[in-house]
Design a protein around this ligand. Structure first.
Ligand SMILES: [Zn+2]
Ligand SMILES: [Zn+2]
Length: 885
């Protein structure tokens, strides 16, 4: 293909759509268990079926795709498995809201019709996110796409549940759980967000039976007093010794309750006497179990007070609170009210204040599962990257509580348990039983609750491969190699996969867990829709192209840090995409003409040996960086190589060689080889632009493959590593940089060709410089380059030492010395004036004390800047004056 046919500007949109379709159609994303290659497997954190792509997904999944593409190009049979999570509460809420628009509730439809409704919604508008993943270029094996409610995955869920039950690790019990009265379901500890909020501490007197003063208790939730079944004091608290065992009269209801002693009471809190409400507080529940106290429920599942609440029955909890406080005050039983910070738990989904509630739930006994999972990380069978996350993991796993797995929802895996209507036997089975095995009755009622969403996603690494069947995929791709995800789901997801995978699939689910940071805005602040500082990846793609976004995210991914994403960075890397495009255009246009099929490396000119050697070094470093999950290093190495070494140096250095019929054929071969290598190195990060260019390269000169995504990832070739060439290029590059700096300082027009003399005392250096004079002249835009052993006398020159050399540039004809001196003297006066003003301000204590600290800091910085500039101007002026002597 001819260089002339390459469009001047890179247009991402059309290119991206075309290549993604080509890759998918060609089957390049598919894993192939029979390929004979070593396997490499990962699953994505399955996004919610309700989800749409946000920058957090784009970040973690881009890094995953970089790894997968790199592994695929490195000769692995890669499986990167996509899937969707049915997302119990989240999805049910979406469909309920839709029903509400038509004035309906899910109860109007009934359970089965509602479930059909959710499925219909899922088919129609769910899973939008999967098509957005395609826009990002992710090389997912769509032929193995899974959904946590698929028949096979549901079968795995039942198998795990029933096995755990049979092993005595699933049990049902009355327990205080976190309860959302809005969502009407139990929540796991992880689904509750607790933050201190301003509240009150009410001190309430409970009189003694028979008329004594009784005790004063302190509470932040006075409405719960209606469910009190005791008041507890610390057994060693001298203030209350006489009261222990006495009877109190509960205000409002007049119910009699005992004073009991228990060492869980904190003597320092409130009055030292605490009310015990077993049905509505987890600590009180535990105390009541120890002390044999009864539990009285006073609220229903929507936090409305029930018949046990006497006059407050039928009122909402917060309404009842107001009434109770007012009544106590009227009756003279409210001793005092003080402001108090209350740790308030809210439902992660709907922000409703969580109500601890005694209810019948299903639990997983977690200790027997946690122990092997802790050990697997302790002994290094699973490694966290960065390593510090293992501490977080241990802390949580060592304090883990039994897992509440039942949810009072309709959408999800319904618990496979049935109660016999005749003999009340509880049956837990893999398939719905036809009749009761105990009494033979056919009237069986299935448990209403469904399982926590994380119960099924916790099986994802093996349920997606066909488990419990011993499939070919399962044998080959389990354990997975790596898991990559954000830190926010280490407990929800990662820990559960480890526990369940070890128990059921017989091994750790993955060997390495890479935890990425949280994408923040350019000021380092958390992104949020409400703040309006969130970045929409789809808009970025539209504006800058996918590769620019992917490269930016990769370059920002320093492990253990939160990347700061802003427009400036995106623009910077978009410029990089364009730079690569333009450089490739230049190369392709210069490939026209005879090209050597091979070359003798040692006989190549220095510049060619240098760039080839640099390419080997960068290939090695990029590979190493990706092995260590140093995405940032890989991106920076490649950026520097392509932009600086290839574009700014080598393409310039190749120009004279391309004009020389003897050197041109080998130079073309080198150019093509280096570009091919650079594209393949960049491909995992920037799949689209690299494929677009690579497909235009002459096939005979590049790696052989139908697509760059299945071409080999470059490995360093020791035969082309040339430490001497890399060493020799250094003074040459410094010399050229020196000339360029001087040109910039004196504002010499870029096209103006100038004369330069280099003073080189050693014979060896002189020979070397003379041999490479053509390259230097071309790079520095020189008319003549003279290499001498001694400085010539009596010339007005600018001098610049570079290592052991000295650059001399005669001023004659370069610029008007007198005019330049006048210009610089004027600039110096302006600098002085501004410095004076700033100093006066900074010496004024009123300014320093009263002004915005940021303004003060800026002023100080400006002083330093001006001083540095003045030093430079003085230096130049000195040179100019000296040049006159
Ligand atoms: Zn809720
Ligand atoms: Zn029965």
């Amino acid at each position: 293909m001819s260089g002339q046919e390459i469009p001047k500007a890179y247009e991402p949109k059309d290119v991206e759509r075309r290549w993604y379709a080509f890759w998918e159609k060609s089957g390049f994303f598919k894993a192939d268990p029979r390929s004979g290659k070593p396997p490499f497997a990962m699953v994505i954190p399955p996004p919610n079926v309700t989800g749409s792509l946000h920058i957090g997904h784009a970040f973690t999944l881009t890094l995953q795709d970089v790894i997968v593409r790199w592994k695929r190009m490195s000769g692995f049979d890669t499986l990167w498995l996509p899937g969707l999570d049915h997302a119990g509460i989240a999805t049910q809420l979406v469909v309920e809201r839709k029903l509400a628009q038509g004035g309906k509730k899910k109860e109007d439809l009934g359970r089965e019709a509602f479930e059909r409704c959710v499925w219909a919604w899922k088919e129609e508008s769910g899973g939008k996110i999967l098509s957005q993943l395609r826009l990002m270029g992710y090389s997912l094996d769509w032929s193995r796409e899974r959904f946590t409610m698929d028949a096979t995955l549901s079968r795995a869920v039942r198998e795990v549940f029933v096995s755990l039950y049979e092993a005595g690790l699933v049990y049902r019990g009355d327990y205080i759980v976190n309860w959302c009265p809005r969502c009407v379901t139990a929540l796991s500890d992880l689904e509750v967000e607790t933050e201190p909020e301003p509240g009150s501490l009410w001190h309430i007197r409970y009189p003694e039976k028979g008329g004594g003063p009784g005790v004063v208790v302190a509470t932040t939730r006075p409405e719960t007093m209606l469910g009190d079944t005791a008041v507890a004091v610390h057994p060693e608290d001298e203030r209350f010794q006489a009261l222990i065992g006495r009877t109190l009269v509960l205000p409002i209801l007049g119910r009699e309750i005992p004073v009991v002693a228990d060492s869980f009471v904190d003597r320092e809190f409130g009055t030292g006497a605490v009310k015990i409400t077993p049905a509505h507080d987890p600590n009180d529940f535990a105390a009541a179990q120890r002390l044999g106290l009864p539990s009285i429920k006073i609220m229903d599942e929507r936090a409305v007070l029930n018949e046990n609440a006497g006059p407050y029955a039928g009122r909402d909890r917060f309404e009842a609170r107001k009434g109770i406080v007012a009544q106590l005050e009227q009756e003279g039983l409210l001793v005092k009210t003080e402001p108090h910070q209350v740790p308030l738990g809210r439902c992660q989904r709907c922000r409703t204040v969580v109500e601890p509630r005694l209810s019948r739930q299903w639990f997983v006994k977690i200790q027997p599962l946690a122990e092997p999972a802790i050990k697997a990380v302790e002994d290094g069978r699973i490694v966290f990257v960065p390593e510090s996350w293992s501490k977080t993991y241990f802390e949580w796993m060592r304090n883990i509580r039994d897992w509440v797995i039942s949810r009072q929802l309709w959408w999800g895996h319904r618990i496979p348990a049935w109660t016999c209507g005749s003999c009340a036997a509880l049956l837990v089975a893999r398939e719905a039983p036809a009749r009761c095995p105990k009494c033979g009755a056919g009237e069986l009622v299935q448990e209403e609750d469904v399982l926590d969403t994380w119960f099924s996603s916790g099986l994802f690494p093996f349920s997606t491969l066909g488990w419990p069947d011993q499939t070919e995929d399962l044998k080959r791709y389990y354990p997975n190699d790596t898991l990559m995800t954000g830190f926010d789901i280490i407990f929800f997801w990662v820990a559960r996969m480890i526990m369940l995978g070890m128990r059921f699939a017989g091994d750790v689910p993955f060997r390495t867990v890479f935890i990425n940071g949280l994408v923040r805005d350019e000021k380092g602040e958390k992104m949020s829709k409400t703040k309006g500082n969130d970045v929409d990846p789809l808009q970025v793609i539209e504006k800058h192209g996918t590769d620019a976004l992917r490269f930016t995210l990769t370059a920002l991914a320093a492990p253990g840090t939160d990347p700061s994403l802003g427009e400036a960075r995106l623009l910077g890397y978009k410029a990089f995409v364009n730079k690569l495009w333009n450089a490739s255009r230049f190369v392709m246009m210069n490939l026209e003409g005879p090209r050597a099929e091979s070359y003798d490396f040692k006989a190549l000119p220095l510049a060619s040996r240098w760039i080839l050697s640099r390419a080997q070094a960068v290939a090695g470093r990029a590979d190493q960086a990706l092995q260590e999950f140093r995405f940032d290093h890989a991106a920076h190495e490649l950026y520097h190589f392509v932009w600086d070494e290839l574009c700014d140096w080598y393409l310039e250095m190749a120009k004279p060689a391309l004009a020389d019929p003897e050197q041109a054929p080998a130079t073309r071969a080198v150019l093509l080889e280096v570009l091919d290598t650079a594209l393949r190195l960049l491909h995992p990060i920037m799949p689209f632009v690299t494929e677009e260019i690579w497909q235009r390269l002459p096939e005979a000169g590049r790696a052989a493959a139908p697509s760059i995504m299945v071409a080999p990832f470059p490995r360093p070739d020791p035969a082309k590593s040339d430490a001497v060439a890399e060493e020799q290029m250094q003074p040459l590059m410094r010399l050229v940089t020196g000339v360029r700096t001087i040109r910039a300082t004196y504002e010499v027009a870029p096209r103006k060709r100038i004369d330069v003399t280099v003073v080189a005392p050693s014979e060896k250096e002189r020979t070397f410089l003379r041999a490479h004079a053509a390259v230097i002249r071309s790079l520095a835009a020189l008319e003549t380059l003279e290499v001498v052993d001694q400085a010539p006398d009596g010339e007005r020159t600018i001098r610049q030492p570079i290592d052991s050399l000295e650059l001399r540039i005669p001023m004659a004809g370069l610029f008007d010395i007198a005019a330049e001196m006048t210009r610089l003297s004027k600039e110096r006066l302006k600098i002085e004036a501004e410095l004076d003003g700033l100093r006066r301000k900074l010496e004024n204590p009123q300014f320093v004390e009263r002004a915005n600290p940021e303004v003060v800091a800026q002023s100080r910085e400006r002083v330093l800047e001006l001083e540095a500039r003045r030093l430079k101007v003085d230096g130049t002026l000195d040179d100019l004056r000296g040049a006159g002597t």
